[in-house]
Design a protein. Structure first.
Lengths: 303, 311
Protein backbone atom coordinates (compact mmCIF):
# COMPACT_ATOMS: atom_id res chain seq x y z
CA UNK A 1 0.00 0.00 0.00
CA UNK A 2 2.77 2.38 0.91
CA UNK A 3 4.68 1.57 -2.20
CA UNK A 4 4.47 4.26 -4.85
CA UNK A 5 2.06 6.34 -2.81
CA UNK A 6 3.71 9.71 -3.16
CA UNK A 7 4.59 9.39 -6.86
CA UNK A 8 0.96 8.50 -7.42
CA UNK A 9 -0.39 11.45 -5.43
CA UNK A 10 1.94 13.87 -7.15
CA UNK A 11 1.24 12.36 -10.55
CA UNK A 12 -2.48 12.81 -10.11
CA UNK A 13 -2.32 16.32 -8.71
CA UNK A 14 0.35 17.98 -10.76
CA UNK A 15 -1.58 18.70 -13.96
CA UNK A 16 -4.83 19.95 -12.40
CA UNK A 17 -2.96 22.08 -9.87
CA UNK A 18 -0.68 23.50 -12.56
CA UNK A 19 -3.59 24.47 -14.82
CA UNK A 20 -5.60 25.85 -11.93
CA UNK A 21 -2.63 27.72 -10.51
CA UNK A 22 -1.73 29.30 -13.83
CA UNK A 23 -5.14 30.44 -15.02
CA UNK A 24 -7.11 30.95 -11.83
CA UNK A 25 -4.94 31.54 -8.76
CA UNK A 26 -2.24 33.54 -10.56
CA UNK A 27 -4.93 35.59 -12.30
CA UNK A 28 -6.68 36.49 -9.06
CA UNK A 29 -3.44 37.37 -7.33
CA UNK A 30 -2.34 39.55 -10.23
CA UNK A 31 -5.71 41.26 -10.27
CA UNK A 32 -5.12 42.60 -6.77
CA UNK A 33 -1.60 43.63 -7.73
CA UNK A 34 -2.71 45.35 -10.94
CA UNK A 35 -5.40 47.30 -9.14
CA UNK A 36 -2.63 49.36 -7.51
CA UNK A 37 -0.94 50.24 -10.80
CA UNK A 38 -1.67 52.59 -13.63
CA UNK A 39 -0.74 50.03 -16.22
CA UNK A 40 -2.26 50.50 -19.64
CA UNK A 41 -0.96 47.38 -21.29
CA UNK A 42 1.68 48.89 -23.56
CA UNK A 43 4.47 50.47 -21.56
CA UNK A 44 6.97 47.99 -20.15
CA UNK A 45 7.38 49.84 -16.87
CA UNK A 46 4.55 49.69 -14.43
CA UNK A 47 4.27 52.16 -11.61
CA UNK A 48 2.41 51.61 -8.41
CA UNK A 49 0.03 54.40 -7.62
CA UNK A 50 -1.34 53.19 -4.30
CA UNK A 51 -5.06 53.66 -3.90
CA UNK A 52 -5.39 56.20 -6.72
CA UNK A 53 -7.50 53.84 -8.83
CA UNK A 54 -9.90 53.34 -5.96
CA UNK A 55 -10.11 57.06 -5.24
CA UNK A 56 -10.84 57.70 -8.89
CA UNK A 57 -13.38 54.91 -8.86
CA UNK A 58 -15.29 56.35 -5.94
CA UNK A 59 -15.54 59.69 -7.77
CA UNK A 60 -16.69 58.05 -10.98
CA UNK A 61 -20.40 58.62 -11.54
CA UNK A 62 -20.66 55.65 -13.90
CA UNK A 63 -19.38 53.41 -11.13
CA UNK A 64 -22.08 54.65 -8.75
CA UNK A 65 -24.70 54.20 -11.43
CA UNK A 66 -23.60 50.60 -11.83
CA UNK A 67 -23.75 50.11 -8.06
CA UNK A 68 -27.29 51.49 -7.98
CA UNK A 69 -28.28 49.05 -10.68
CA UNK A 70 -26.78 46.18 -8.75
CA UNK A 71 -28.69 47.22 -5.65
CA UNK A 72 -31.93 47.23 -7.61
CA UNK A 73 -31.16 43.84 -9.16
CA UNK A 74 -30.03 42.53 -5.79
CA UNK A 75 -33.39 43.31 -4.25
CA UNK A 76 -35.76 42.43 -7.04
CA UNK A 77 -34.11 39.52 -8.81
CA UNK A 78 -34.11 37.22 -5.76
CA UNK A 79 -37.42 38.56 -4.48
CA UNK A 80 -39.41 38.13 -7.71
CA UNK A 81 -37.76 34.86 -8.67
CA UNK A 82 -38.18 33.24 -5.28
CA UNK A 83 -41.76 34.39 -4.79
CA UNK A 84 -42.79 33.15 -8.23
CA UNK A 85 -40.85 29.91 -7.93
CA UNK A 86 -42.21 29.16 -4.45
CA UNK A 87 -45.72 29.90 -5.63
CA UNK A 88 -45.44 27.60 -8.63
CA UNK A 89 -43.62 24.87 -6.71
CA UNK A 90 -46.32 24.93 -4.07
CA UNK A 91 -49.06 24.69 -6.69
CA UNK A 92 -47.24 21.86 -8.42
CA UNK A 93 -46.78 19.90 -5.24
CA UNK A 94 -49.88 20.50 -3.19
CA UNK A 95 -52.19 22.38 -5.55
CA UNK A 96 -54.24 19.31 -6.39
CA UNK A 97 -56.00 19.44 -3.09
CA UNK A 98 -56.26 16.83 -0.42
CA UNK A 99 -57.43 13.38 -1.22
CA UNK A 100 -58.51 11.87 2.06
CA UNK A 101 -56.19 14.16 3.93
CA UNK A 102 -53.32 13.71 1.49
CA UNK A 103 -52.24 16.77 -0.35
CA UNK A 104 -51.11 16.20 -3.85
CA UNK A 105 -49.88 17.98 -6.96
CA UNK A 106 -52.01 19.26 -9.79
CA UNK A 107 -52.58 17.14 -12.83
CA UNK A 108 -49.76 17.55 -15.36
CA UNK A 109 -47.31 18.90 -12.82
CA UNK A 110 -44.49 16.94 -14.41
CA UNK A 111 -45.13 18.58 -17.77
CA UNK A 112 -45.13 22.06 -16.23
CA UNK A 113 -41.88 21.36 -14.45
CA UNK A 114 -40.19 20.23 -17.67
CA UNK A 115 -41.36 23.34 -19.55
CA UNK A 116 -40.52 25.79 -16.78
CA UNK A 117 -37.00 24.47 -16.46
CA UNK A 118 -36.07 24.71 -20.12
CA UNK A 119 -34.86 28.36 -20.23
CA UNK A 120 -32.18 27.40 -17.73
CA UNK A 121 -30.54 25.38 -20.48
CA UNK A 122 -30.21 28.33 -22.83
CA UNK A 123 -27.14 30.50 -22.67
CA UNK A 124 -27.86 33.94 -21.22
CA UNK A 125 -26.24 35.41 -24.31
CA UNK A 126 -28.76 33.57 -26.46
CA UNK A 127 -31.66 34.56 -24.22
CA UNK A 128 -30.42 38.14 -24.52
CA UNK A 129 -30.55 37.96 -28.32
CA UNK A 130 -34.06 36.46 -28.25
CA UNK A 131 -35.36 39.16 -25.93
CA UNK A 132 -33.69 42.02 -27.71
CA UNK A 133 -35.97 40.97 -30.58
CA UNK A 134 -38.98 40.35 -28.32
CA UNK A 135 -38.60 43.91 -26.97
CA UNK A 136 -37.98 45.47 -30.38
CA UNK A 137 -39.66 48.86 -30.54
CA UNK A 138 -41.25 48.39 -33.96
CA UNK A 139 -43.78 45.91 -35.30
CA UNK A 140 -41.12 43.22 -35.65
CA UNK A 141 -40.98 42.84 -31.87
CA UNK A 142 -43.14 40.24 -30.19
CA UNK A 143 -44.64 42.52 -27.57
CA UNK A 144 -44.93 45.69 -29.62
CA UNK A 145 -46.24 43.68 -32.56
CA UNK A 146 -49.11 42.60 -30.33
CA UNK A 147 -49.54 45.98 -28.65
CA UNK A 148 -49.63 47.83 -31.94
CA UNK A 149 -52.41 45.57 -33.17
CA UNK A 150 -54.65 46.87 -30.42
CA UNK A 151 -53.18 50.35 -30.76
CA UNK A 152 -51.51 50.37 -27.35
CA UNK A 153 -47.90 50.56 -28.44
CA UNK A 154 -45.18 51.06 -28.94
CA UNK A 155 -43.47 50.71 -25.60
CA UNK A 156 -39.77 51.50 -25.79
CA UNK A 157 -38.60 48.78 -23.45
CA UNK A 158 -34.88 49.17 -23.96
CA UNK A 159 -34.69 52.77 -25.16
CA UNK A 160 -36.65 54.26 -22.26
CA UNK A 161 -34.31 55.16 -19.42
CA UNK A 162 -36.86 54.28 -16.79
CA UNK A 163 -37.84 50.97 -18.31
CA UNK A 164 -34.60 49.53 -19.66
CA UNK A 165 -33.21 48.01 -16.47
CA UNK A 166 -36.59 46.60 -15.47
CA UNK A 167 -36.92 45.01 -18.90
CA UNK A 168 -33.55 43.34 -18.42
CA UNK A 169 -34.52 42.26 -14.91
CA UNK A 170 -37.66 40.64 -16.32
CA UNK A 171 -35.52 38.53 -18.65
CA UNK A 172 -33.34 37.39 -15.76
CA UNK A 173 -36.45 36.38 -13.83
CA UNK A 174 -37.90 34.65 -16.91
CA UNK A 175 -34.81 32.52 -17.19
CA UNK A 176 -34.30 31.77 -13.51
CA UNK A 177 -37.78 30.87 -12.23
CA UNK A 178 -37.90 27.33 -13.65
CA UNK A 179 -34.62 26.34 -12.03
CA UNK A 180 -35.87 27.35 -8.60
CA UNK A 181 -39.25 25.71 -9.18
CA UNK A 182 -37.38 22.43 -9.66
CA UNK A 183 -35.12 23.12 -6.70
CA UNK A 184 -38.00 24.01 -4.36
CA UNK A 185 -40.10 21.11 -5.65
CA UNK A 186 -37.33 18.73 -4.71
CA UNK A 187 -37.20 20.34 -1.28
CA UNK A 188 -40.96 20.14 -0.84
CA UNK A 189 -40.94 16.56 -2.05
CA UNK A 190 -38.61 15.59 0.75
CA UNK A 191 -40.99 16.94 3.38
CA UNK A 192 -42.80 13.88 4.74
CA UNK A 193 -46.46 13.72 3.74
CA UNK A 194 -47.38 12.92 7.34
CA UNK A 195 -46.56 16.44 8.41
CA UNK A 196 -49.03 17.86 5.92
CA UNK A 197 -51.60 15.25 6.86
CA UNK A 198 -51.25 16.01 10.53
CA UNK A 199 -51.55 19.74 9.88
CA UNK A 200 -54.54 19.20 7.61
CA UNK A 201 -56.23 17.11 10.29
CA UNK A 202 -55.73 19.96 12.71
CA UNK A 203 -57.68 22.08 10.27
CA UNK A 204 -54.81 24.02 8.72
CA UNK A 205 -55.73 25.89 5.59
CA UNK A 206 -53.51 25.84 2.53
CA UNK A 207 -52.12 29.22 3.47
CA UNK A 208 -51.20 28.00 6.94
CA UNK A 209 -49.67 24.87 5.45
CA UNK A 210 -47.52 27.02 3.22
CA UNK A 211 -46.32 29.51 5.81
CA UNK A 212 -46.11 27.28 8.86
CA UNK A 213 -44.94 24.00 7.33
CA UNK A 214 -43.45 24.41 3.88
CA UNK A 215 -41.51 27.63 4.34
CA UNK A 216 -39.69 26.76 7.59
CA UNK A 217 -38.73 23.34 6.28
CA UNK A 218 -37.42 24.84 3.05
CA UNK A 219 -35.37 27.49 4.81
CA UNK A 220 -31.94 26.14 3.86
CA UNK A 221 -32.89 25.82 0.21
CA UNK A 222 -34.25 29.36 0.22
CA UNK A 223 -31.00 30.63 1.68
CA UNK A 224 -29.00 28.95 -1.08
CA UNK A 225 -31.39 30.35 -3.67
CA UNK A 226 -31.00 33.86 -2.30
CA UNK A 227 -27.21 33.68 -2.42
CA UNK A 228 -27.19 32.25 -5.95
CA UNK A 229 -29.58 34.88 -7.26
CA UNK A 230 -27.67 37.61 -5.49
CA UNK A 231 -24.47 36.52 -7.19
CA UNK A 232 -26.36 36.51 -10.51
CA UNK A 233 -27.44 40.08 -9.73
CA UNK A 234 -23.78 41.08 -9.53
CA UNK A 235 -23.25 39.70 -13.02
CA UNK A 236 -25.90 40.46 -15.69
CA UNK A 237 -23.05 41.19 -18.09
CA UNK A 238 -24.29 39.05 -20.99
CA UNK A 239 -27.76 40.59 -20.98
CA UNK A 240 -26.61 44.19 -20.66
CA UNK A 241 -23.83 43.75 -23.20
CA UNK A 242 -26.15 42.27 -25.83
CA UNK A 243 -29.52 43.86 -25.16
CA UNK A 244 -28.97 47.40 -23.97
CA UNK A 245 -28.78 50.43 -26.22
CA UNK A 246 -25.15 51.59 -26.65
CA UNK A 247 -23.96 48.84 -24.28
CA UNK A 248 -25.12 49.95 -20.88
CA UNK A 249 -27.36 52.72 -22.14
CA UNK A 250 -29.51 54.60 -22.75
CA UNK A 251 -27.27 57.13 -21.04
CA UNK A 252 -25.78 54.58 -18.66
CA UNK A 253 -29.22 53.53 -17.41
CA UNK A 254 -28.43 49.83 -17.48
CA UNK A 255 -24.68 49.58 -17.00
CA UNK A 256 -23.27 47.04 -14.56
CA UNK A 257 -19.82 46.55 -13.06
CA UNK A 258 -19.03 43.58 -15.28
CA UNK A 259 -19.61 45.68 -18.36
CA UNK A 260 -17.53 48.56 -17.02
CA UNK A 261 -14.69 46.17 -16.23
CA UNK A 262 -14.85 44.73 -19.73
CA UNK A 263 -15.05 48.14 -21.34
CA UNK A 264 -12.21 49.66 -19.34
CA UNK A 265 -10.03 46.66 -19.96
CA UNK A 266 -10.57 45.90 -23.61
CA UNK A 267 -11.92 49.13 -25.10
CA UNK A 268 -9.84 51.70 -23.18
CA UNK A 269 -6.89 49.46 -22.14
CA UNK A 270 -7.18 50.78 -18.57
CA UNK A 271 -5.90 47.56 -17.09
CA UNK A 272 -5.16 48.94 -13.65
CA UNK A 273 -8.46 50.74 -13.33
CA UNK A 274 -10.47 47.73 -14.56
CA UNK A 275 -8.69 45.52 -12.04
CA UNK A 276 -9.58 47.93 -9.24
CA UNK A 277 -13.23 47.61 -10.25
CA UNK A 278 -12.83 43.84 -10.18
CA UNK A 279 -11.47 44.03 -6.65
CA UNK A 280 -14.43 46.13 -5.54
CA UNK A 281 -16.81 43.69 -7.22
CA UNK A 282 -15.13 40.82 -5.40
CA UNK A 283 -15.54 42.47 -2.00
CA UNK A 284 -19.15 43.37 -2.74
CA UNK A 285 -19.99 39.79 -3.73
CA UNK A 286 -18.26 38.18 -0.79
CA UNK A 287 -19.76 40.68 1.68
CA UNK A 288 -23.21 40.05 0.27
CA UNK A 289 -22.87 36.27 0.51
CA UNK A 290 -21.49 36.37 4.04
CA UNK A 291 -24.14 38.85 5.20
CA UNK A 292 -26.98 36.86 3.68
CA UNK A 293 -25.87 33.63 5.30
CA UNK A 294 -25.35 35.41 8.62
CA UNK A 295 -28.58 37.39 8.71
CA UNK A 296 -30.80 34.54 7.56
CA UNK A 297 -29.22 31.96 9.84
CA UNK A 298 -31.74 29.91 11.73
CA UNK A 299 -31.77 26.67 13.57
CA UNK A 300 -32.00 23.99 10.94
CA UNK A 301 -35.06 21.85 11.40
CA UNK A 302 -34.02 18.24 11.29
CA UNK A 303 -36.50 15.81 9.86
CA UNK B 1 -39.52 8.97 -4.55
CA UNK B 2 -41.16 10.71 -1.65
CA UNK B 3 -42.81 13.36 -3.73
CA UNK B 4 -46.14 14.54 -2.49
CA UNK B 5 -47.69 14.35 -5.90
CA UNK B 6 -46.69 10.77 -6.44
CA UNK B 7 -48.41 9.36 -3.40
CA UNK B 8 -50.27 6.51 -4.98
CA UNK B 9 -51.90 4.96 -1.98
CA UNK B 10 -55.66 4.68 -2.34
CA UNK B 11 -57.74 7.58 -1.13
CA UNK B 12 -59.21 7.10 2.28
CA UNK B 13 -62.94 6.44 1.96
CA UNK B 14 -65.03 9.39 3.10
CA UNK B 15 -66.51 7.41 5.97
CA UNK B 16 -63.20 7.44 7.78
CA UNK B 17 -62.75 11.19 7.43
CA UNK B 18 -61.62 12.70 10.69
CA UNK B 19 -64.55 15.03 11.24
CA UNK B 20 -67.33 13.07 12.86
CA UNK B 21 -70.87 14.14 13.51
CA UNK B 22 -73.42 16.05 11.49
CA UNK B 23 -70.96 18.69 10.34
CA UNK B 24 -69.10 16.11 8.30
CA UNK B 25 -71.08 16.08 5.06
CA UNK B 26 -71.35 19.80 4.62
CA UNK B 27 -67.72 20.36 5.50
CA UNK B 28 -66.63 17.72 3.04
CA UNK B 29 -68.80 19.26 0.37
CA UNK B 30 -67.36 22.66 0.98
CA UNK B 31 -63.84 21.22 1.00
CA UNK B 32 -64.41 19.59 -2.33
CA UNK B 33 -65.66 22.76 -3.92
CA UNK B 34 -62.80 24.70 -2.46
CA UNK B 35 -60.32 22.12 -3.75
CA UNK B 36 -61.77 22.29 -7.23
CA UNK B 37 -61.61 26.04 -7.21
CA UNK B 38 -58.05 26.04 -5.95
CA UNK B 39 -56.85 23.46 -8.41
CA UNK B 40 -58.55 25.37 -11.22
CA UNK B 41 -56.75 28.50 -10.11
CA UNK B 42 -53.49 26.56 -9.90
CA UNK B 43 -53.88 25.39 -13.47
CA UNK B 44 -54.55 28.87 -14.75
CA UNK B 45 -51.50 30.29 -12.98
CA UNK B 46 -49.23 27.48 -14.14
CA UNK B 47 -50.53 27.61 -17.69
CA UNK B 48 -49.88 31.35 -17.88
CA UNK B 49 -46.26 30.92 -16.87
CA UNK B 50 -45.89 27.96 -19.21
CA UNK B 51 -47.16 30.15 -22.02
CA UNK B 52 -44.77 32.95 -21.09
CA UNK B 53 -41.90 30.49 -21.29
CA UNK B 54 -42.92 28.87 -24.56
CA UNK B 55 -44.29 31.86 -26.47
CA UNK B 56 -40.98 33.60 -27.22
CA UNK B 57 -39.47 30.33 -28.41
CA UNK B 58 -42.40 29.51 -30.70
CA UNK B 59 -42.30 33.05 -31.98
CA UNK B 60 -38.60 32.74 -32.82
CA UNK B 61 -39.19 29.49 -34.72
CA UNK B 62 -42.17 30.94 -36.62
CA UNK B 63 -40.25 34.07 -37.56
CA UNK B 64 -37.34 32.03 -38.84
CA UNK B 65 -39.54 30.92 -41.77
CA UNK B 66 -40.84 34.37 -42.57
CA UNK B 67 -39.43 36.95 -44.90
CA UNK B 68 -38.16 40.23 -43.50
CA UNK B 69 -41.28 42.03 -44.76
CA UNK B 70 -43.55 39.49 -43.15
CA UNK B 71 -41.76 39.91 -39.84
CA UNK B 72 -42.50 43.61 -39.92
CA UNK B 73 -46.02 43.64 -41.35
CA UNK B 74 -47.71 40.48 -40.07
CA UNK B 75 -48.95 39.68 -36.60
CA UNK B 76 -46.27 38.15 -34.34
CA UNK B 77 -47.86 34.71 -34.22
CA UNK B 78 -49.13 34.59 -37.79
CA UNK B 79 -48.02 31.57 -39.78
CA UNK B 80 -45.36 32.10 -42.42
CA UNK B 81 -46.84 32.36 -45.91
CA UNK B 82 -44.56 29.65 -47.16
CA UNK B 83 -42.12 27.23 -45.62
CA UNK B 84 -38.69 27.89 -46.98
CA UNK B 85 -35.34 26.94 -45.57
CA UNK B 86 -33.61 29.74 -47.43
CA UNK B 87 -33.09 31.68 -44.20
CA UNK B 88 -31.46 28.64 -42.64
CA UNK B 89 -29.06 28.35 -45.52
CA UNK B 90 -28.13 31.99 -45.07
CA UNK B 91 -27.71 31.58 -41.33
CA UNK B 92 -25.65 28.41 -41.59
CA UNK B 93 -23.25 29.61 -44.28
CA UNK B 94 -23.23 33.40 -44.64
CA UNK B 95 -23.75 34.15 -40.97
CA UNK B 96 -21.34 31.31 -40.13
CA UNK B 97 -23.65 29.73 -37.56
CA UNK B 98 -22.51 26.34 -38.79
CA UNK B 99 -18.92 27.16 -38.04
CA UNK B 100 -19.69 28.65 -34.62
CA UNK B 101 -21.75 25.60 -33.77
CA UNK B 102 -18.98 23.17 -34.68
CA UNK B 103 -16.43 25.30 -32.84
CA UNK B 104 -18.57 25.10 -29.72
CA UNK B 105 -18.93 21.34 -30.06
CA UNK B 106 -15.18 20.95 -30.51
CA UNK B 107 -14.19 23.17 -27.59
CA UNK B 108 -16.79 21.85 -25.15
CA UNK B 109 -16.11 18.20 -26.02
CA UNK B 110 -12.43 18.51 -25.21
CA UNK B 111 -12.73 20.85 -22.26
CA UNK B 112 -15.48 18.87 -20.53
CA UNK B 113 -13.56 15.63 -21.01
CA UNK B 114 -10.43 17.32 -19.66
CA UNK B 115 -12.32 18.84 -16.73
CA UNK B 116 -13.82 15.52 -15.74
CA UNK B 117 -10.55 13.59 -16.04
CA UNK B 118 -8.37 16.13 -14.21
CA UNK B 119 -11.08 17.13 -11.76
CA UNK B 120 -11.86 13.60 -10.65
CA UNK B 121 -8.17 12.70 -10.44
CA UNK B 122 -7.51 15.62 -8.10
CA UNK B 123 -10.72 15.04 -6.16
CA UNK B 124 -9.95 11.36 -5.70
CA UNK B 125 -6.50 11.97 -4.26
CA UNK B 126 -7.79 14.78 -2.04
CA UNK B 127 -10.70 12.68 -0.79
CA UNK B 128 -8.95 9.40 -0.07
CA UNK B 129 -5.24 9.99 0.63
CA UNK B 130 -3.73 11.64 3.66
CA UNK B 131 -0.62 13.66 2.88
CA UNK B 132 1.03 16.90 3.83
CA UNK B 133 -0.72 19.83 2.12
CA UNK B 134 -3.92 17.96 1.33
CA UNK B 135 -6.21 20.44 3.06
CA UNK B 136 -4.31 23.38 1.62
CA UNK B 137 -4.75 22.17 -1.97
CA UNK B 138 -8.38 21.34 -1.35
CA UNK B 139 -9.15 24.81 -0.02
CA UNK B 140 -7.16 26.35 -2.83
CA UNK B 141 -9.52 24.70 -5.29
CA UNK B 142 -12.68 25.45 -3.33
CA UNK B 143 -11.74 29.10 -2.80
CA UNK B 144 -12.10 29.51 -6.56
CA UNK B 145 -15.86 29.32 -6.03
CA UNK B 146 -15.83 32.62 -4.14
CA UNK B 147 -14.21 34.79 -6.79
CA UNK B 148 -16.12 36.48 -9.62
CA UNK B 149 -14.56 35.72 -13.00
CA UNK B 150 -14.62 39.46 -13.78
CA UNK B 151 -11.86 39.96 -11.25
CA UNK B 152 -9.56 37.66 -13.21
CA UNK B 153 -10.43 39.06 -16.61
CA UNK B 154 -7.50 41.42 -17.18
CA UNK B 155 -4.74 39.19 -15.75
CA UNK B 156 -6.16 36.21 -17.60
CA UNK B 157 -5.88 38.12 -20.83
CA UNK B 158 -2.26 39.00 -20.02
CA UNK B 159 -1.33 35.47 -18.94
CA UNK B 160 -2.71 34.03 -22.16
CA UNK B 161 -0.94 36.71 -24.16
CA UNK B 162 2.39 35.87 -22.53
CA UNK B 163 1.92 32.19 -23.19
CA UNK B 164 0.97 32.90 -26.79
CA UNK B 165 -2.41 31.29 -26.17
CA UNK B 166 -4.60 34.31 -26.77
CA UNK B 167 -7.17 33.65 -29.47
CA UNK B 168 -6.40 29.93 -29.64
CA UNK B 169 -8.57 26.91 -28.95
CA UNK B 170 -5.88 25.56 -26.63
CA UNK B 171 -6.08 28.70 -24.53
CA UNK B 172 -9.85 28.68 -24.39
CA UNK B 173 -9.99 24.99 -23.52
CA UNK B 174 -7.38 25.32 -20.76
CA UNK B 175 -9.25 28.28 -19.30
CA UNK B 176 -12.58 26.42 -19.41
CA UNK B 177 -10.96 23.51 -17.59
CA UNK B 178 -9.29 25.75 -15.03
CA UNK B 179 -12.50 27.63 -14.19
CA UNK B 180 -14.57 24.43 -14.03
CA UNK B 181 -12.19 22.73 -11.61
CA UNK B 182 -13.32 24.38 -8.34
CA UNK B 183 -16.85 23.09 -8.51
CA UNK B 184 -15.87 19.74 -10.04
CA UNK B 185 -13.24 19.11 -7.36
CA UNK B 186 -15.56 20.31 -4.60
CA UNK B 187 -18.40 18.05 -5.69
CA UNK B 188 -16.37 14.99 -6.61
CA UNK B 189 -14.32 15.10 -3.40
CA UNK B 190 -17.52 14.90 -1.41
CA UNK B 191 -18.66 12.09 -3.67
CA UNK B 192 -15.48 10.00 -3.45
CA UNK B 193 -15.61 10.29 0.34
CA UNK B 194 -18.94 8.49 0.38
CA UNK B 195 -17.64 5.44 -1.49
CA UNK B 196 -17.07 2.36 0.68
CA UNK B 197 -13.55 1.33 1.70
CA UNK B 198 -13.86 -2.44 1.55
CA UNK B 199 -13.79 -2.74 -2.22
CA UNK B 200 -10.75 -0.49 -2.49
CA UNK B 201 -8.96 -2.52 0.17
CA UNK B 202 -9.82 -5.78 -1.57
CA UNK B 203 -8.42 -4.46 -4.84
CA UNK B 204 -5.19 -3.43 -3.09
CA UNK B 205 -4.88 -6.89 -1.54
CA UNK B 206 -5.28 -8.33 -5.02
CA UNK B 207 -2.28 -6.32 -6.04
CA UNK B 208 -3.88 -3.48 -7.97
CA UNK B 209 -1.79 -0.34 -8.27
CA UNK B 210 -3.17 3.02 -7.11
CA UNK B 211 -3.70 4.10 -10.69
CA UNK B 212 -5.53 0.91 -11.65
CA UNK B 213 -7.60 1.10 -8.51
CA UNK B 214 -8.73 4.58 -9.55
CA UNK B 215 -9.55 3.89 -13.17
CA UNK B 216 -10.96 0.39 -12.88
CA UNK B 217 -12.61 0.35 -9.47
CA UNK B 218 -13.30 3.81 -8.09
CA UNK B 219 -14.29 5.71 -11.23
CA UNK B 220 -16.95 3.15 -12.23
CA UNK B 221 -18.29 3.31 -8.69
CA UNK B 222 -18.58 7.08 -8.91
CA UNK B 223 -20.59 6.95 -12.11
CA UNK B 224 -23.74 8.71 -10.88
CA UNK B 225 -21.75 11.64 -9.52
CA UNK B 226 -19.68 11.83 -12.68
CA UNK B 227 -22.80 11.95 -14.85
CA UNK B 228 -24.31 14.83 -12.88
CA UNK B 229 -21.16 16.92 -12.95
CA UNK B 230 -20.46 16.13 -16.60
CA UNK B 231 -23.88 17.49 -17.52
CA UNK B 232 -23.30 20.49 -15.27
CA UNK B 233 -19.99 21.21 -17.01
CA UNK B 234 -21.26 20.64 -20.54
CA UNK B 235 -24.13 23.07 -20.05
CA UNK B 236 -21.95 25.59 -18.23
CA UNK B 237 -19.19 25.55 -20.83
CA UNK B 238 -21.57 25.47 -23.79
CA UNK B 239 -23.31 28.57 -22.45
CA UNK B 240 -20.15 30.45 -21.49
CA UNK B 241 -20.04 33.94 -22.94
CA UNK B 242 -17.73 36.15 -20.89
CA UNK B 243 -14.60 34.00 -21.23
CA UNK B 244 -14.78 33.59 -25.02
CA UNK B 245 -15.45 37.29 -25.64
CA UNK B 246 -12.42 38.12 -23.51
CA UNK B 247 -10.13 35.49 -25.00
CA UNK B 248 -11.20 35.09 -28.62
CA UNK B 249 -10.71 38.64 -29.81
CA UNK B 250 -8.42 40.43 -32.19
CA UNK B 251 -7.56 39.93 -35.83
CA UNK B 252 -8.84 36.71 -37.36
CA UNK B 253 -10.70 35.70 -34.23
CA UNK B 254 -14.14 35.47 -35.89
CA UNK B 255 -13.26 32.12 -37.40
CA UNK B 256 -12.75 30.63 -33.97
CA UNK B 257 -15.77 32.11 -32.24
CA UNK B 258 -18.08 29.86 -30.28
CA UNK B 259 -21.84 29.85 -30.76
CA UNK B 260 -22.89 32.24 -27.96
CA UNK B 261 -20.34 34.79 -29.09
CA UNK B 262 -21.23 34.42 -32.76
CA UNK B 263 -24.98 34.74 -32.29
CA UNK B 264 -24.63 37.70 -29.94
CA UNK B 265 -22.41 39.40 -32.48
CA UNK B 266 -24.88 38.86 -35.33
CA UNK B 267 -27.54 40.50 -33.20
CA UNK B 268 -25.43 43.44 -32.02
CA UNK B 269 -23.86 44.27 -35.36
CA UNK B 270 -27.07 43.71 -37.31
CA UNK B 271 -28.21 47.33 -37.27
CA UNK B 272 -31.02 48.61 -39.42
CA UNK B 273 -30.31 46.77 -42.64
CA UNK B 274 -30.42 43.49 -40.80
CA UNK B 275 -31.72 40.27 -42.17
CA UNK B 276 -33.81 39.49 -39.11
CA UNK B 277 -35.15 36.30 -40.64
CA UNK B 278 -31.63 34.89 -40.79
CA UNK B 279 -31.04 35.89 -37.17
CA UNK B 280 -34.20 34.02 -36.18
CA UNK B 281 -33.00 31.02 -38.16
CA UNK B 282 -29.66 31.21 -36.37
CA UNK B 283 -31.46 31.34 -33.03
CA UNK B 284 -33.62 28.37 -33.96
CA UNK B 285 -30.53 26.43 -34.97
CA UNK B 286 -29.03 27.00 -31.55
CA UNK B 287 -32.23 26.37 -29.58
CA UNK B 288 -33.44 23.21 -31.33
CA UNK B 289 -30.51 20.96 -30.36
CA UNK B 290 -31.07 21.99 -26.75
CA UNK B 291 -34.76 21.08 -26.99
CA UNK B 292 -33.95 17.70 -28.50
CA UNK B 293 -31.25 16.84 -25.97
CA UNK B 294 -33.50 18.07 -23.17
CA UNK B 295 -36.41 15.94 -24.38
CA UNK B 296 -34.30 12.81 -24.01
CA UNK B 297 -32.35 13.61 -20.88
CA UNK B 298 -34.54 16.07 -19.00
CA UNK B 299 -34.32 14.12 -15.76
CA UNK B 300 -30.54 13.84 -15.78
CA UNK B 301 -30.20 17.46 -16.87
CA UNK B 302 -32.45 18.74 -14.11
CA UNK B 303 -30.63 16.79 -11.44
CA UNK B 304 -27.23 17.65 -12.91
CA UNK B 305 -27.88 21.38 -12.94
CA UNK B 306 -29.46 21.49 -9.51
CA UNK B 307 -26.64 19.36 -8.06
CA UNK B 308 -24.75 22.52 -7.24
CA UNK B 309 -27.51 23.96 -5.12
CA UNK B 310 -28.41 20.83 -3.21
CA UNK B 311 -24.92 19.84 -2.10
Amino acid sequence: MKHGRYPFIIGFLIVPVAIYGTFVIAAYVQAFQLSFTNWRGFSPDVSYIGFDNFVKLFQDSTFWKAIQHHVLLLIFLPLLTIVLALFFAFLLNVGGGAKGGRTQGVWGSKFYRVVFFFPQLLALALVAVIFSRVYSSDDSGLINGLLNQIGAGPVLFLADKNLALWSILAVLVWQAVGFYVVLFSAGMGSIPTEIYEAAALDGATRGTLFFKVTLPLLWNTLQVAWVYLGIAAFDAFALVNVMSVDRGGPDGATTVLGLEIYRNAFDYAQFGYASAMGVVLFFLTITFAALTLRVTRREAIEL
Amino acid sequence: MTNLMSSDSPAVPPGTAPRPGPRHTTAAGRDKREIKLFSGFAHVALAIWGLLVIAPLIWVILASFKSNTEIFTHAPFSLPSQISFETYKTAWTEAHVGRYFLNSVFVVAISTAGTMLLGSMAAYVLARYKFFGNRFIYYLFVSGLAFPVFLALVPLFLILQNLGLLNTYTGLILVYIAYSLPFTVFFMTAFFKTLPNQIAEAAIVDGASHTRLFFQVMLPMAKSGLVSITIFNIVGQWNQYLLPVAIMQGAGAEKKWVLTQGIANISVSAGYQANWAALFAALTLSILPMIIVYAFFQRQIQSGLTAGATK
